[in-house]
Write a protein that binds this ligand. Structure first.
Ligand code: PAF
Length: 282
């Protein structure tokens, strides 16, 4: 496994791969790797000749400085896990490499900015859009792999690829969950034991809402009940619990069996913000 720190370092490897007609998969991450990330890596290994995993905690996508400062970093363990998966390259740039200057460009994803993560984390998708564009331009992958847990992020990146005519095939990999259903997330490492217990409200509210919708209950009743459930969970603070179209992210006010839908949730457990989602009508 080669560690690569700059675009110039990578360039020669890239040229060689190109000459040999090899496909290149990129798995962008911010480190603190868990089995969810490794699912992306395993899928990438099956679908491309060369797998590059990037590890870069991107400062511009954090709208909360404390969240950035406390973002978990487990680089030695990460590298050991990636070695174990026979990853070919790990791209670990420093901030100067990615941001020699503060970008003047900003990306506005239109109505995607106005709902869910876009509404609650102003500037977040601009930061994601810029860094993913940079990673795509530096690594020049033929394929890239992202997790479904960040559903709206996958929508943003699909838009980026479409709107900029990037020749990159995207694969979205299903959310990996702990045995009790909690979606795997690097931020779970920061939960206290009590917060970890109460974090189960995310998946339990999603599954309860799905059952009730499919049994014919009105969406507004379901949403109100879930809001009350969160109020009764002392360490949890609900930010949103919305029924949306999983491609346009349009927020529905009613449930319709004939329309694609997913529910997205974001909540704080203490100071840790977690998100999750569940398809209702895929
Ligand atoms: O999903 C993440 O870990 C990050 O948002 C990404 C895609 C690596 C960009 O920094």
């Amino acid at each position: 496994m080669h560690l690569v720190h700059t675009g110039a370092d990578w360039h020669n490897y890239w040229l060689e791969s190109l000459k040999n007609g090899k496909s290149i998969a990129l798995v962008p991450t911010m480190g603190a790797l868990h089995e969810g990330h490794l699912d992306l890596v395993r899928k990438a290994k099956l679908e491309a000749d060369i797998v590059v995993v990037s590890i870069f905690v991107n400062p511009t996508q954090f709208n909360n400085q404390e969240d950035f400062n406390n973002y978990p970093s487990t680089i030695d363990e990460d590298l050991a896990k990636l070695r174990n998966e026979n990853v070919d390259f790990v791209f670990i740039p420093d901030t100067e490499t990615i941001y020699p200057e503060k970008p003047k460009l900003s990306i506005n994803f239109g109505e995607l900015e106005t709902v869910l993560e876009g509404a609650f984390r102003p500037g977040h998708f601009n930061g994601v859009g810029i860094v993913v564009s940079k990673l795509f331009n530096i690594i020049k992958p033929t394929k890239a792999f992202f997790g479904q847990k960040d559903l709206q992020q996958t929508g943003i990146i699909k838009r980026l690829v479409k709107d900029l005519s990037l020749n990159i095939e995207l694969t979205i990999v299903p959310t990996r969950r702990e045995d009790d259903g909690l979606a795997m997330s690097s931020r779970n490492l920061r939960l206290s034991p009590a917060e970890r217990d109460q974090a189960l409200i995310l998946i339990s509210s999603l599954t309860k809402a799905k059952q009730e919708l499919l049994a014919g209950k009105q969406w507004f009743e379901v949403q109100n009940q879930i809001t009350r459930d969160f109020r009764e969970t002392p360490l949890a603070t609900l930010e949103y619990f919305e029924l949306i179209h999983p491609d346009s992210f349009m927020v529905y006010t009613d449930f319709d069996f004939n329309q694609k839908s997913s529910i997205c949730v974001a909540a704080y457990l203490g100071k840790i913000r977690l998100i999750d989602n569940l398809p209702i009508i895929p």
